[in-house]
Design a protein around this ligand. Structure first.
Ligand code: SAM
Length: 281
């Protein structure tokens, strides 16, 4: 018998996928975690019933949360990821050989454990085998308060602003991130869908602009996220992601990326008008 999973994106619209089996279903102290085997998108992780990653399209999200910042900063050595317990963002950071240390601070140990067990293509660098990676099971807000002035780059790879991630979209949090960055540090955070989440974006970018001198939105196409059009916030103390971008360094990278490239880096910051309007002051 066919099983179908549906995530509602609004009261009247959703995405539906055929599923062959459930690999894990359980509740942590923070959220409901399900990992399903789909027919077209490979293994898929859900948190509280919402798609977090699928094996087929995760490369878009993980390339784009990572490489624009790591190719804008001239020499990132210490990077922090908040959330991101599937490991995909850390896997991409590890492709940058100049990074000496990447710290993953994920609030939910169950997400890390089950990703290591069931999503090896994403979690390959968080399984304890890489000495350049450190794991902390902790609230990102608490962790960052205790590590001021330490990081070149902070990537906020979080869930939506409800439940444990709510505080990760607030001005107070961005002030703590600002203080946890070095003087030329950069933060990138996933910033929802311009199509469905205009109100969240307006608040989030307003909060970011009251803290960081440089704030830009960029976009990526992610088939399994609401509307397919997703966005990221680039907030920086010094380097601008377009004006200070060294295209030749990105072009000469010594690793493969399936989505990111030096031309797309620039194109991603060119926004459709309605998306621009979401974040105008
Ligand atoms: N790619 C996904 C997306 O945008 O749909 C997000 C990946 S998911 C692995 C995000 C992770 O953020 C979850 O595992 C969740 O437990 C974690 N998270 C949420 N709030 C957090 C917090 N305050 N501190 C650390 N991690 C948090």
């Amino acid at each position: 018998m066919d099983m179908w999973y549906t995530e509602k994106h609004s009261e009247n619209v959703g995405i539906t996928m055929k599923v062959s089996r459930t690999l894990f279903s359980g509740k942590s102290d923070f959220q409901q975690l399900d990992i399903l085997e789909t027919l077209e998108y490979g293994r898929m992780m859900l948190l509280d019933g919402l798609v977090m990653v699928t094996e087929r399209d995760e490369f878009v999200y993980h390339d784009m949360i990572t490489h624009p910042a790591l190719f804008t900063h001239p020499d990132p050595k210490k990077v922090l990821v908040i959330g991101g317990g599937d490991g995909g963002t850390i896997r991409e950071i590890m492709k940058h050989k100049n990074v000496e240390l990447a710290v993953l601070c994920e609030i939910d140990g169950l997400v890390i454990d089950k990703s290591i067990e069931l999503l090896p293509s994403m979690s390959c660098e968080i399984d304890g085998s890489n000495p350049r990676v450190k794991l902390h099971v902790d609230d990102g807000i608490a962790y960052i308060k205790a590590h001021q002035g330490e990081f070149d780059i902070i990537l906020v790879d979080s869930t939506d602003p409800i439940g444990p991630a709510e505080g990760l979209f607030e001005e107070d949090f961005y002030r703590t991130v600002f203080a946890a960055l070095k003087d030329d540090g950069i933060m990138v955070a996933q910033s929802e869908s311009p199509f469905y989440h205009a109100e969240i974006q307006k608040n989030m970018y307003g909060n970011l602009r009251s803290v960081f001198p440089i704030v830009e939105m960029y976009q990526a196409f992610i088939p399994t996220y609401p509307s397919g059009l997703w966005s990221f916030a680039f907030a920086s103390k010094k380097y601008h992601p377009v004006r200070d971008f060294d295209r030749e360094r990105a072009r000469g990278r010594d690793f493969h990326t399936r989505y990111y490239n030096e031309d797309l880096h620039l194109g991603a910051f060119m926004l459709p008008t309605f998306a621009r309007e979401n974040i105008e002051g």
